[in-house]
Every structure is written in C-alpha cells, then in structure tokens.
Design a protein. Structure first.
Length: 416
C-alpha cells in the first residue's frame, strides 16, 4: 500500500524536488503549446502575443524543464561521481523554484507585456546561475581523479547561462531573430552536450549491468567526437547567421554540410549498435534509452539528407524535421527513459517500465514521426495541432505517474 501524497516528501531528496518542478513546467509548457496550435487552426481563444510564439516555444522547451531535470540528476548522481556528500534538497529549493516560476512567467508575459516575459526569464536566469554555482562548488571540492563528465556538464551549464543572458539581451533590444540564434546555441551547447556526456557515462554502464555478455566500452575519445559534432552544429548556426553559404556558394555549402552531417549520423548510429541496442530491446527501460540515443544519429542523418535532397533547389527540403528528431526524439525519449529509471530506483520500485510508461513512450515515438511529417511544405495546417495534442497526452500520462511518486514515501521503507 502506498503512502499518502504530501508536499514535504519533495524535500526528502534532490531528485524529488527537481523532477517534480521539471514535470510541472513540462506539462504546463506542453499544454500552452497545444492551446497555441489549436487556436491557430480552430480559433476560439484569440491569443495575442507580445513575443513571437515561436521564440516563446523554443526558449521554454530549451531552458524550461531540461535544466530542472539536470539538477535532479546531477545532485543525485553527481555527488557519487565526485565522491562528495549530496546536498540537501532544501538548498536547491530557492534556485529551482526561481526557474519554475520564471519560465511560467515567461509564457504568461509572452501574451501580455514583453517586460513581464523578460522579468520571468530574469528570475529563471538567477535560478540557473545559482544551480551552476552549487554544482561547481561540488567539483571544486572534489578530490576524485576522474572528473571529466562532471566538468563537461559544468562547462555546458556555463554556456547555458551565457546563452540565456544573450537571449534576454536580444529580446530587450527587440532582436528576436538574434535571440533564436542564442536559443539554438544553448540547445546544442548546453542541453545536447549534457545529454551526450550523461549518455556516454551511463548507457554502457546500464547496458552492461542488465545484458549478459555486454561490456562497458566508453573511451573518452568517443565522447570527444560527439562533442566535436555538437560544436560543428553551433559553428554552422553562426556561420549561416553571418551569411556563409549565401548566394552563388549555397550549393557548395549545402553539399559540404550535408556530407558532414551524414558522416556524423552514421558514426552515432554505429555506436548505438556497439553499445548493445539490439540486445537491449528485450528490456523495456533499457530499450527506451537506446532508442532515444538512436534518434541523435537519425537527427544528423536527416539534417544531412535534407541538405543533399535540396541541393538543386538551393534550400533544405525537410524543414524543421531534423531539429525535432533531435529535440523530441533524442532529448524527449532519453528524458523519459532516464527520469523513469532514476525515479524508479530511488522510490524503491523495480527498474522497469510498466505498461503506462511503455505506451506513453511509443505514443511519443509516433508523435516524433508525425512532427517530422508536419514540417514538410505540403503538410496540412492541422498537423501541428495534432502533434501538440499527442505530445501533451504522452507527457500527461507519463508525467502524472512521476508526480504521483515524488510526493510519497519510498515503497521499500528506505529513506530518500
């Protein structure tokens, strides 16, 4: 029999508080985006905007719930990596609440006054910076020789803070196009880099512990290759902003970029098989993690294919499909897998995905495919609304299950 839900249990461990707030922001942001898409297609609400809805969406989906999830993971696994005592959840309460309240304020201000949106983003910035100071404090005090993964994640966090400062400054100056550049920089340099570092450390470990005959193979150069691919994407973002590949050089640019992205995607898909993707498919929770990682390789392959297919036309043909393979496919799927695993283990439950989580995960996979289809020029106008509603349904089902766990005592009676 499970214990009654109570808010005080959120402070029993850092992951409880951080994941709870992350899921609240995720569900709130997803519900808002579904409302925006439905209002565009069918009307009835008449939403007005002080900030571009595309920018509101991209900022919230990049800076909103992911840093909260990072905090939950890093202040649970991070102290173990660094040989440090974990921080009490109470120390994380102010900065995490600043982020959650700030991003909900960002969305609200996006429909009323840009100053309100900026104030919300400013609160979130203060919370994000605070968390980075706490995490770097653990790194600085640690005497463990192997701090590579923690330091990479810490540096990604510093980049995230810098990009958020630049995004806020850009919106303040009414340069929303430039603001989007900084969001994309944070997406790759902060969010994707963090996921890559965690995947490099944890996927081989999880696989080796669950699959007979699997071995933990994760040379550091492999993570270096993936991070170089991330850096390549950031460089390409800014080179195109400053006019690279424009005019007569556009086809040379598209060919070069397409071949590079195809090469990177092929290496990552190969790595997924080396890490035991096929063997993992018999274990639901492990399969979710591996499928999420495959989406990273597919996103590069799709980006490269988009460039090559649009070579004659002089413009990529798949639109935002590759970007959403990255965000919804890789980041979304890996998020569900990682959070479910951590939440199960630290609530005293079996490390397994039950039917609700498994079905939610596959609804998410279908949603990713539909979102890529909705990015095509001939896609109907209602396609994005359908995708937004399906994404909301998946995160509501999965998120509702997680929220129910965080406010209850562990089922095995242990502390934490």
């Amino acid at each position: 029999m499970t214990s009654p839900w109570h808010g005080r249990h959120l402070l029993s461990a850092p992951h409880r508080l951080a994941f709870f707030l992350a899921v609240v922001v995720l569900v709130g942001t997803s519900a808002w985006w579904a409302l925006v898409q439905c209002d565009r297609v069918w009307g009835g609400v008449g939403l007005t905007y002080a900030v571009s809805p595309t920018l509101l969406h991209s900022v919230a989906m990049t800076f909103g719930f992911f840093p909260l999830l990072f905090a939950g993971f890093l202040f649970t696994a991070g102290p173990k990596w660094l040989g440090m005592h974990p921080l009490p959840a109470q120390r994380l309460l102010p900065p995490l609440c600043l982020q959650a309240v700030g991003w909900l304020g960002w969305l609200a201000g996006g429909h009323t006054e840009v100053e309100v949106a900026l104030a919300g983003a400013g609160l979130a910035l203060a919370g994000l910076l605070w968390v980075q100071v706490l995490f770097w404090g653990l790194i600085r005090r640690s005497v463990v020789p192997d701090q590579l993964h923690a330091r990479i994640i810490g540096m990604a966090g510093v980049l995230g803070v810098a990009a958020l400062v630049a995004m806020i400054a850009s919106v303040t100056l009414d340069a929303q196009g430039l603001a989007r550049q900084w969001v994309l920089t944070a997406l790759w340099g902060f969010v994707v880099s963090t996921f890559v570092a965690v995947a490099h450390r944890m996927i081989p470990f999880f696989t080796a512990s669950a699959v007979p005959m699997a071995r933990t193979w994760r040379p550091n150069w492999l993570m270096g290759v993936m991070l170089m691919a991330v850096g390549m994407e950031i460089l390409l973002i800014w080179l195109e902003w400053f006019g690279a590949g424009a005019g007569a050089d556009v086809r040379v640019w598209m060919l070069s970029r397409g071949l590079l992205e195809l090469a990177v995607g092929s290496v990552i898909v190969w790595l997924a098989f080396v890490w035991g993707m096929v063997q993992s498919l018999k274990i639901r929770l492990l399969a979710m993690l591996h499928i999420g990682f495959v989406w990273l390789g597919l996103s590069f392959l799709l980006a490269g294919l988009s460039q090559l297919l649009g070579f004659h036309a002089g413009t990529p043909v798949l639109g935002l499909g590759a970007l959403h393979a990255l965000t919804m496919g890789f980041l979304g799927s890996t998020m569900v897998a990682m959070v479910t695993r951590v939440s199960s283990g630290h609530s005293g439950r079996p490390l397994a995905a039950d039917n609700l989580v498994w079905i939610s995960f596959w609804v998410l996979q279908i949603t990713v495919v539909l979102r890529m289809g909705a990015a095509l020029p001939e896609a109907p106008g209602w396609a994005l609304a359908l995708v937004a509603l399906m994404w909301l349904a998946a995160v509501l089902a999965w998120g509702g299950r997680m929220l129910g766990w965080y406010g209850r005592l562990r089922v095995d009676g242990q502390p934490g």
